[in-house]
Design a protein around this ligand. Structure first.
Ligand code: ADP
Ligand code: MG
Length: 395
């Protein structure tokens, strides 16, 4: 466990880089520090292995103040990977992988064993151990770079923008690899990035930093669902937040309130009248307590024979959603399963609203298209004459 307690860092010249940080990371977590350049991410990370000394406060690992632990032991437990995962060109792959274990004075046998095991994990042949980096493809070299970071079997690994300079595809592959190896090997990884996508993809929990302060510390889901302030919202971006709405907001945000309904002890004749007046072909049926009982359908009613019957006798069962259903799921029921409307109830089965096809369209429009303006005013006019004459022709 890593803990920051009231930690501040002031650099010479009174530059406050980090101010009063309080954080607690669990063993085995993947933590990302994310924020704009100069927000204090690297400073925070380097205080974990004493490359930076806090000006105030304490950093603890497993409950022990690291300023009081032996520096050599600390480095033995904590790996550090700086920007770029470049290999040493004049050293063979084996020497590259075992650089840190060698510094830690491991036996040749142990280094050999670990190097082979790790190569296997990234599906590269053992024969590569004797090659120079230039004999491998770029992608293969990158994979060696990743396993090198894990070779010394340290419990904690600090990575400072390791993929910053890579193209998006390589970057994506290596992100997946790091995440997979971290899980398999149970490492605690502290990862610095200014890339929100990367942080959301990798983190178990992420620390969003702005101007030396922690503005939010939560899981990616928690942050997407409830961004702490405008800075976080801006870092996430409008588009991502709009998409996230579908995952985190409930149907309550898009249902029609007070849908047309009828009491079960009203008559069929009354039901038909209400349907005609509102131009609908079904009505939701509720009891005196507003509990949803089902629906009546105009095609199943015959006014002449049943006019004085109670609606309750002709009510059919109906599917419904609870009011905590996420918008994405509701859209699935409507769109993929073909429901036309779905009533929404609270946990006591009291009718709360109705999700309709139109409410889905409205929500999608509001989320994705609300800022959309067609280029130029004449888009519609361009289409119109042609279509209009087509209509006239057939008349
Ligand atoms: P980040 O990693 O988020 O880009 P840093 O932790 O590197 O941010 O830097 C935080 C702030 O501290 C920045 O304003 C930076 O200029 C300043 N800073 C970083 N290192 C030093 C240093 N050695 N001396 C003085 N100022 C520094
Ligand atoms: Mg940095």
């Amino acid at each position: 466990m890593i803990e920051f307690k009231n930690v501040s860092k002031v650099y010479p010249g009174n530059k406050v880089a980090v101010e009063n940080i309080n954080l607690k990371f669990e063993t085995g977590e993947f933590i990302c520090f994310v924020g704009t350049s100069g927000s204090g991410k690297t400073t925070c990370m380097r205080m974990i292995n004493r490359m930076n000394i806090p000006s105030k406060g304490t950093v603890l690992i497993d409950g022990r103040d690291i300023s009081k632990t032996n520096e050599i032991n600390l480095r033995r437990r904590i790996g550090y990977v700086i920007q770029q995962i470049g290999l040493m060109p004049h050293m063979k792959i084996y020497e590259n992988i075992t650089m840190v274990p060698k510094l830690l004075k491991w036996s040749e046998d142990k280094m050999n064993k670990v190097a082979r095991e790790l190569l296997k994990k990234v599906d590269l042949p053992e024969s590569y151990l004797d090659c120079y980096p230039s004999e491998l493809s770029g992608g293969q070299q990158q994979r060696i770079g990743v396993i090198r970071a894990l070779a010394a079997d340290q419990e904690i690994i600090l990575m400072d923008e390791p993929f910053g300079a890579l193209d998006p595809i390589t970057r994506d592959t290596l992100q997946q690899l790091v995440k997979q190896l971290q899980r398999e090997m149970g490492k605690t990884i502290i990862f610095v990035t200014h890339d929100m996508d990367e942080a959301l993809k990798l983190s178990d929990r992420m620390v969003v930093m702005d101007k030396g302060q922690v503005v939010q510390f939560d899981t990616p889901d928690g942050i997407l669902a409830n961004p702490a302030n405008d800075f976080v919202r801006e870092m996430l971006g409008e588009e991502r937040l709009n998409r996230a709405q579908f995952d985190y907001e409930t149907v309550e945000k898009m249902m029609v309130l007070e849908p047309i309904c009828i009491l079960e002890n009203q008559t069929v004749a009354e039901a038909i009248q209400i349907m005609r007046k509102n131009r609908v072909d079904t009505l939701l049926v509720v009891n005196e307590e507003k509990h949803l009982m089902g629906q009546v359908d105009i095609f199943a009613l015959d006014q002449r024979r049943m006019g004085t019957d109670r609606v309750g006798n002709h009510t059919k069962k109906i599917s419904y959603l609870y009011n905590d259903t996420k918008i994405r799921d509701a859209i699935y029921y409507i769109n993929d399963l073909g429901f036309r409307n779905i009533p929404v109830v609270n946990k006591d089965l009291v009718l709360a609203g109705l999700v309709t096809r139109a409410s889905v369209v409205d929500k999608v429009y509001e989320s994705y298209w609300s800022d959309y303006q067609p280029e130029g005013d004449d888009t519609i006019h361009q289409i119109k004459p042609e279509k209009m004459s087509a209509v006239e022709d057939t008349l």
